[in-house]
Write a protein that binds this ligand. Structure first.
Ligand SMILES: Cc1cc2nc3c(=O)[nH]c(=O)nc-3n(C[C@H](O)[C@H](O)[C@H](O)COP(=O)(O)OP(=O)(O)OC[C@H]3O[C@@H](n4cnc5c(N)ncnc54)[C@H](O)[C@@H]3O)c2cc1C
Length: 323
């Protein structure tokens, strides 16, 4: 029997939809093992997020709401998670695979001397033993692994678990008493600098348009890649070549050392299709490539390809789409 705890991820008052994949995972494991799952929301004034999560069949939605948890300071969040795990007899902790969970979960696991697996795509159990599948080496290897110890921390690949249906009953909302004296005092939130963008996040978007080395400068990137993304209501992304050359910020990089995304439509503009880039788009449903080189490796994975100059094709495409 597994007692699963899902850690909800949110930003600026919005639930990160990838959390629902972790909920789907938890629901499956709880149902298969005759256990239960709970969802933990941490932050300040986050009851609306908790409210949203009450319709997914959890046995409780736990709310750790406190001024000291206003910002996602990983050491503080990790302490709250570790305390909840101990108090509620949790055996599996799951969160969507993301930068947030990569930062917080290993710290919580260390506090409990527990093991952790990232990028889990499947799970089965034999008696009391759990056997997980996880992707490794940029998605080229699917490893089958077990974790020693009674408590297991996992991050879940969002594309591996479809968002769950809503359930008719509402989960009870349980406030958690945050033991502030236990929160680490050695770390303080200093601030966050983020460029305001009206576009969706590439890890959440249905459509992502990415540009590669073919795009010569930021102005062209905004006009062609940003322009096409806006016509389609999508997010923007970039290959590492553009990040390294200073055209795009690191936050846009898609790939092995960037973001792992799973949009319904991915449009790669002037991107060759290096294996490290493909590692980030393996879960995209439909891939469209625009490249002037018909032999570019991106065409091997693309569902649709346009051979030609991006500077000519993209404006034509935008025109047609607008019409
Ligand atoms: C450890 C490691 C990690 C890495 N992680 C990542 C990662 O996370 N993400 C990532 O993207 N890369 C990553 N890389 C880099 C990766 O190997 C490639 O170098 C990079 O993806 C290439 O970017 P690109 O496709 O934009 O550039 P290029 O490979 O130079 O390709 C440019 C493409 O544009 C086409 N082109 C040129 N002009 C035009 C035009 N006018 N119209 C249409 N097409 C045109 C060319 O035919 C070519 O195919 C990593 C590398 C290493 C070693």
């Amino acid at each position: 029997m597994a007692n699963v705890l899902v850690i909800a991820e949110h930003e600026a008052g919005q639930l990160k939809l990838a959390t629902l994949s972790a909920v789907a995972f938890a629901r499956k494991v709880a149902a298969e093992t005759g256990g239960q799952f709970e969802i933990l929301v941490i932050g300040e004034n986050v009851s609306s997020i908790a409210e949203l999560l009450r319709s997914y069949g959890a046995s409780a939605v736990l709310l750790a709401d406190h001024a000291q948890l206003r910002h996602p300071v990983s050491d503080k969040y990790a302490q709250v998670i570790a305390d909840v795990v101990k108090q509620r007899g949790i055996t599996i902790i799951a969160a969507a695979a993301s930068t947030f969970s990569k930062d917080v979960l290993p710290r919580a696991a260390a506090l409990l001397d527990a093991g952790m697996l990232s990028d889990v795509t499947d799970c089965r159990h034999e008696g009391d033993e759990f056997i997980f599948k996880r992707v490794m080496f940029a998605g080229n290897i699917i490893a089958t692994v077990k974790l020693d110890g009674p408590i297991k921390f996992l991050t879940i690949r969002p594309a591996a678990f479809a968002h769950p249906e809503k359930s008719p009953e509402s989960s009870p909302l349980t406030p958690i008493n945050v033991e502030t004296e236990k929160l680490p005092a050695f770390i303080e939130y200093g601030g966050c600098e983020a460029k305001a963008s009206g576009r969706p996040d590439s890890t959440e978007a249905r459509v992502v348009v990415s540009g590669g080395r073919a795009i010569k400068n930021l102005e062209d990137f905004e006009r062609l890649i940003g322009g096409l993304a806006d016509v389609l209501g999508g997010a923007i992304g970039s290959s590492r070549a553009l990040v390294d050359s200073g055209v795009t910020p690191n936050s846009l990089q898609v790939g092995q050392t960037g973001k792992i995304i799973a949009p319904e439509l991915y449009i790669a503009v002037g991107i060759s299709g290096a294996i490290q880039h493909l590692a980030g788009i393996k879960d995209a449903k439909v891939i469209v490539a625009i490249n002037k080189d018909a032999e570019a490796p991106i065409f091997e994975v693309a569902d649709f390809g346009l051979v030609g100059d991006a500077y000519q094709i993209v404006p034509e495409l935008m025109d047609k789409l607008r019409k």
